[in-house]
Design a protein around this ligand. Structure first.
Ligand code: GTR
Length: 328
């Protein structure tokens, strides 16, 4: 046997062994999740993995790594695009940097309330967002809730945009949110979710913005005791799988996975409402000073430059912004 023939047959044997391994057992899918295990998103993901195992008779196995142990969201999005993370629940906030169309739902005050957001993502606009994400290697299968985000800080109640002036505010990683804070006269710092608690505690930032549930679960209320109900962002989250994984599935398995995703979103949306109430009660009992915003008008009008800059930079997305606004 010549050297080159020997190498070729060794290579062929190795390829056969790999194929046999792949046939013998499907690798366990790796799921990314930023939240602690008892959070509604985590419970939704746990149901998702349990249902696909059950419906496939144990053929498809998946494990969610909770509490952000697989890294922060911007890195996880990249890992999913490369195929090393198979599924995840992503907030569309940091998604805007990778899939510009998703920034349409990241525009401050674009939604009137949670129901409005549902009508939008569950309709044709949701389809368009899904297509744009799929083109970038992420296939959304269902939309989860993350409520309305409001400002909180360690200094004072916020009642008007003037109160944000000069304040150092943590935002999710997205230039749009930097523009949002600048439009209010504050200084934005994009910081990973896992580092927000320490950043608030050490004064790297004065404040941040999030929903009641994350304000509670991450302990931010312990170090930023003023919560002001601006409700400026209502951002959906998506249960996504990687295009690599999706394309490898049979039609039957695609159906198992998508219906498990839809069921999990139904559970998560139901748990969400309860969790919000429980979190609000808990942090208020712990002494958080809460204020409603009597007139959100000044905050909304302060956002006009953010919209103008966004449309100027993304003229192709103007129609999508209008489509969201047209949904009542
Ligand atoms: C939470 C959201 C997370 C993450 C986080 C943040 O509300 O569920 O996915 O985006 O906010 O502020 O980084």
């Amino acid at each position: 046997m010549t050297r080159s023939i020997r190498i070729k047959s060794l290579a062929a044997a190795a390829a056969t062994a790999t194929l046999m391994l792949a046939g013998a057992a499907q690798a366990e899918w790796r799921g990314w999740n930023i939240h602690v295990p008892e959070y509604s998103v985590s419970l939704g993901m746990d149901q998702f993995t349990a249902e696909i195992a059950e419906k496939s008779g144990g053929r498809l196995t998946a494990k969610t790594y909770h509490s952000g142990v697989l890294g922060n969201q911007p890195d996880a999005i990249e890992q999913m695009r490369l195929g090393s993370i198979d599924f995840a629940v992503f907030n569309l906030g940091p998604m805007g940097q990778v899939v510009p169309a998703t920034n349409v739902v990241n525009l401050p005050f674009i939604f009137n309330d949670l129901d409005h957001m549902h009508r939008v993502v569950d309709g044709p606009v949701g389809e368009q967002l899904s297509d744009a994400m799929s083109e970038k290697g992420l296939v959304p299968l269902a939309w989860y809730d993350s409520g309305a985000r409001s400002f909180y800080n360690s200094k004072k109640p916020i009642a008007t945009p003037e109160d944000v002036k000069g304040m150092k505010v943590r935002v999710m990683n997205n230039d749009l949110f930097v523009d949002m804070i600048s439009a209010l006269g504050g200084n934005a710092s994009p910081i990973a979710f896992a580092e927000v608690y320490t950043s608030l505690k050490t004064g790297v930032v004065d404040g941040a913005e999030n929903n009641w549930a994350s304000y509670d679960s991450e302990g931010h209320y312990e170090v930023a005791g003023y919560y002001s109900d601006t409700g400026h962002l209502i951002i959906p989250e998506c249960l996504c799988v990687s295009t690599t994984l999706w394309n490898s599935l049979s039609a039957e398995d695609k159906e198992i996975v998508s219906s498990a995703a839809r069921d999990s979103a139904e559970l998560q949306r139901e748990l969400w409402g309860k969790r919000i109430d429980a979190s609000r009660d808990k942090v208020l009992a712990a002494g958080v000073k809460y204020n409603e915003i009597a007139d959100k008008g000044p905050f909304q009008s302060a956002m006009q430059p953010v919209y103008d800059k966004f449309i100027a930079a993304n003229p192709d997305l103007e129609d999508l912004v209008k489509a969201v606004q047209a949904v009542d």
